[in-house]
Design a protein around this ligand. Structure first.
Ligand SMILES: Cc1ncc(COP(=O)(O)O)c(C=O)c1O
Length: 383
């Protein structure tokens, strides 16, 4: 007798209130006909976790709803999501047009890895729509942008970019990691694909590494296949944890946005700070655009510049241990990072200078603590 059956039967009429975790890498099937029915999509079921597993399926279904997507797939990281998207939508000899302000590893993927597969990328300033239109004339297959760029928080004009991409007959993909679907659902602005690093705010507790690709088109099967063949599949435990994070996502984002807005104003009056970058402030170059594209807040991320460069940043880190130097974002509590030596470490110095990624630039991922607690710690760091 199969020893699992009495255990499952012991649940009786009860169902667990929290979703079960299914770490199993493989599933047992009663016979060949059952296997055929699952593989032919005539019956729901699972066979091998790299292809699909219940925790990824649950999380993907919930996130698809949150993103306003018809489908979503979970991947092992945000970078795996971007890689799967590119591999499924672009082939040898085809071109990508991408924002010149992207997460450093995404830029490396486009600049270093894809040329090896015969895919070239043109990088453009997506704030200049004429430049984007011009770049798309080169028979581009994919336009790739971030809703809110890392680290300088420039905002993408999603509806205008979607229109340009579609006029040029190309896919439009948006990395929505910094904004999250709480502030904007790129598919509703016309994007063909949305990508999220679930590692960040969606997971929300810095204990998962996961990504998501979602869409409203008919590319789900292709994305799933690419993800399984290239081995981008997600871990059941991470999906299980991320589902718990998802329950509090709107609450966390709202609170963190309110904290970030208040801190940006407070920092702008601090004598040790030479520049504050926050899309919610009228002095941000995309303030008006952010108001049109985002709803309910301007994000939890902000940057500020210290006049003393690297030495001043080190002093800040030593004096403010309550704001850990931790090069990621989206944790429940406030953390900080230093783009010049972390996310943009491998960006050429002249490009960093052109973008304004200085040695004194500190990036804050604002959390959901009491505002006074974060302010107190920042004050210690800036003293
Ligand atoms: C905007 C953005 N996209 C994608 C990624 C990659 O996500 P992951 O670290 O989950 O691979 C990051 C990571 O920092 C990011 O900031």
């Amino acid at each position: 007798m199969d020893e699992r059956q009495p255990f499952l039967a012991a649940l009786g009429p009860s169902t667990p209130l929290t979703p079960p975790l299914y770490p199993s890498a493989v599933y047992a099937l009663p016979d060949l006909d059952a296997l055929d029915r699952i593989l032919d999509a005539k019956e729901a079921g699972f066979i091998y976790a790299r292809d699909a597993h219940p925790n990824a399926k649950r999380l993907a279904m919930r996130l698809a709803e949150v993103e306003g997507a018809r489908w979503a797939i979970m991947t092992s990281s945000g970078m795996a999501a971007i890689s799967a998207l590119v591999l499924a939508s672009v082939g040898q000899g085809q071109c990508i047009v991408a924002s010149h302000r992207l997460y450093g590893r995404t830029t490396q993927l486009f600049q270093q890895e894809l040329p090896r597969l015969g895919v070239q990328t043109t990088f453009v300033d997506i704030s200049d729509l004429d430049k984007v239109k011009e770049a798309l004339q080169t028979s581009a297959h994919l336009l790739f942008v971030e809703t809110m760029s890392n680290p300088l928080l420039r905002i993408a004009d999603l509806p205008a970019l979607a229109q340009l991409a579609h006029e040029a007959g190309c896919f439009f993909a948006v990395d929505n990691t910094f904004a999250t679907p709480v502030l904007v659902r790129p598919l509703e602005w016309g994007a063909d694909f949305v990508v999220e690093s679930v590692t960040k705010l969606i997971g929300g507790h810095s204990d998962v590494t996961l990504g998501l690709v979602g869409g409203n088109n008919d590319m789900q099967a292709e994305l799933s296949q690419v993800s399984s063949i290239w081995g981008f599949s997600s871990s059941p435990f991470d999906c299980w944890l991320a589902e718990r994070g998802l329950d509090t996502l709107p609450l966390r984002v709202k609170t963190a946005c309110a904290n970030a807005a208040a801190l940006a104003d407070w920092l702008s009056h601090h004598p040790a700070v030479t520049r504050v970058i926050y899309p919610g402030r009228p002095d941000h170059p995309d303030h008006e655009l952010a108001g049109r594209v985002l709803h309910g807040g301007f994000g939890n991320m902000l940057c500020f510049d210290l006049a003393g460069g690297r030495a001043a940043v080190n002093r800040f880190l030593h004096q403010a241990p309550g704001i850990p130097f931790s090069p990621s974002l989206g944790h429940t509590t406030t953390t900080c990072s230093h783009p010049a030596t972390t996310s943009h470490r491998y960006v050429a110095p002249d490009e960093k200078e052109r973008q304004g990624i200085t040695d004194g630039l500190v990036r804050l991922s604002v959390g959901i603590e009491d505002l006074s607690q974060i302010q107190g710690e920042l004050a210690k760091g800036l003293a």
